[in-house]
Write a protein that binds this ligand. Structure first.
Ligand SMILES: Nc1ncnc2c1ncn2[C@@H]1O[C@H](COP(=O)(O)OP(=O)(O)OP(=O)(O)O)[C@@H](O)[C@H]1O
Ligand SMILES: [Mg+2]
Length: 496
């Protein structure tokens, strides 16, 4: 029998009206990557909160660390017992240096009166060396890239003698090269006998890093399996309880008039000579490596950060959009990438969030909102996007990450813009909901919207687009109809 670092059973967690976890189990060994997988709302983040001492489980949970029964009263408690979490916002002190971040927890914890700068520096250097990363210990954290901040967070866990590191969707904000670097670090941590609990919705990366999978569905334990004994299809079937086919929706016949025409759009340091057209009724996929300039082009069109030169036409009219309000007036909506921060009012209900941009349309002449009308629209969106739980009175902050995503999408899609630009629309969304979102984008196109989808995920681009635009280093390198296009053909244009 392999040694086990952590073993839990009978773990349940009840929120008012929701059983987020129902009697689940999980175990992890030193030196393995054990991925926890499941659809949005399956209970993954909830388990992480329990294991990191942020929230207590319901009565009756059994938690063993190295064979000894234990419980976590407080996050510090979990850290002391060897469990560290790399949070999505990394929970770093961004105005302090790298060394201070790595070394300081211990100082705070031991309530030392005298802070030994030399000891802190050494601790930080050791941890960074351990991970084999080159980061200046004296750099201020907020000046580092997201990827480097993540490394600092991992180094900080190492410096606190973590035996188990939990990563909840750690690659969602990283570029492709940075993702590779993270994989290397994970390999290294494994080699040094660290146990890694990994949460992700991306199939390729789950199979790249994991030794074992445990699947939860709707808060219940489904099963645990070795990664090399299961196919992607089988894993998906365990997660969703049914088979999901990846469809190609391209329909090259149904194309209307040109609604957006972009000519030689340029912005110094961002993109150059961008020319393309969007037709009513089509979905155009913009792909390329992260950093190729796709989001910057979208943000220029939407007026967040206007271009230096070039022409944009909406229909026949040349437009000079200087801010998002003007873009909305012209019928252009843009759903940005980092939705959690830009898109939602967390303490408000699902219903309010979805209808925020639309409230006016539900009001009578005196400004009084017709609740019934509002609620029936909300119900429709919740059903269409399969938001779970399907209760419009839930607060946005009570939803799982992927379900928050769906609410933001609903909010913008419901504005019924003529031109809809969506940036990485399914980041953090589970495989079933992904297909739902693709269907919705297709439906919008069918109803006459011109849809521009920015995505780094090639299967997504191939599934949803009629036409594919590839960008590389700020320039368009190819535009092609999506018939018989392969991933390899796209990659080639994205790389060379
Ligand atoms: N504070 C809370 N109050 C009420 N319900 C909550 C709260 N936090 C989570 N939930 C519910 O618990 C369930 C599990 O959520 P959790 O965040 O653990 O899912 P997840 O597996 O991490 O999903 P995702 O892949 O979308 O991140 C969901 O139904 C969610 O709405
Ligand atoms: Mg989650």
């Amino acid at each position: 029998m392999d040694r086990v670092f952590l073993e839990i059973s009978n773990v349940s967690k009840t929120f008012p009206g929701v059983k987020a976890l129902d009697n689940v189990r999980f175990d992890i060994r030193p030196g393995e990557v054990h991925a926890l997988v499941g659809e949005n709302g399956a209970g993954k983040s909830t388990l992480i909160k329990i294991l990191s001492g942020v929230q207590p489980p319901d009565e009756g949970a059994k938690i063993l660390i190295e064979g000894k029964e234990t419980q976590f009263a407080h996050p510090i408690d979990a850290i002391k017992k060897g469990i560290s979490v790399i949070y999505q916002d990394f929970a770093l002190f961004t105005n302090l240096t790298v060394a201070e971040n790595i070394g300081i927890n211990e100082t705070i914890e031991q309530k030392k009166k005298v802070v030994s700068w030399r000891a802190i520096q050494k601790k930080a250097k050791d941890a960074l060396d351990f991970l084999n990363v080159q980061i200046d210990p004296n750099a201020i954290v907020e000046n580092l890239s997201v990827a480097k901040q993540q490394m600092v967070a991992i180094a900080s866990a190492v410096a606190q003698d973590a035996k188990m590191i939990i990563m909840d969707e750690p690659t969602s904000a990283l570029s492709r090269g940075e993702v590779e670097r993270l994989y290397e670090i994970i390999d290294l941590l494994k080699e040094k006998n660290m146990a890694i609990m990994f949460v992700s919705h991306k199939m390729d990366e789950l199979f790249r890093v994991s030794d074992r999978f445990t699947v939860f569905r709707d808060g219940q334990y489904v099963g645990t399996t070795d990664a090399d004994k299961i196919t992607e299809e089988e894993l998906i079937a365990m997660m969703v309880g049914r088979k999901i086919e990846v469809k190609r929706y391209a329909n090259l016949e149904e194309k209307g008039e040109v609604v957006l025409r972009v000519e030689n759009l340029s912005k110094k340091g961002n993109f150059k000579d961008i020319s393309f057209e969007l037709h009513a009724g089509e979905v155009v996929g913009f792909t390329g490596l992260v950093g190729a300039g796709r989001s910057e082009v979208a943000q220029a069109i939407f007026g967040i950060s206007p271009a230096d030169s070039g022409v944009v036409r909406v229909g026949d009219e040349e437009v000079h959009i200087a801010n998002p309000a003007q873009a909305l007036e012209k019928g252009i909506a843009y759903i940005p990438e980092s939705r959690q921060t830009q898109g939602l009012v967390l303490p408000k209900t699902i219903a309010d969030n979805i209808t925020l941009p639309l409230l006016r349309t539900f009001a009578n002449k005196l400004g009084i909102i017709n609740r019934e009308k509002q609620m029936s629209a909300v119900d429709e969106w919740i059903k269409m996007l399969d938001v779970r739980p399907n209760d419009p009175t839930m607060l946005a902050m009570q939803l799982s990450g992927g379900n928050q995503q769906k609410v933001v999408l609903a909010k913008w899609i419901s504005t019924k813009a003529r031109i809809l630009i969506v940036d990485e629309p399914t980041n953090g969304v589970d495989i079933g909901a992904k297909d739902e979102i693709h269907k919705i984008l297709r439906q919008l196109a069918k109803d006459g919207t011109a849809v521009m989808v920015i995505s780094s995920e090639l299967p997504e681009i191939l599934s949803v687009s009629d036409r594919i635009v590839v960008m590389r280093r700020g320039r368009i390198t190819a535009q092609m109809d999506n018939d018989a296009v392969t991933q390899e053909a796209i990659m080639q244009k994205a790389l060379v």
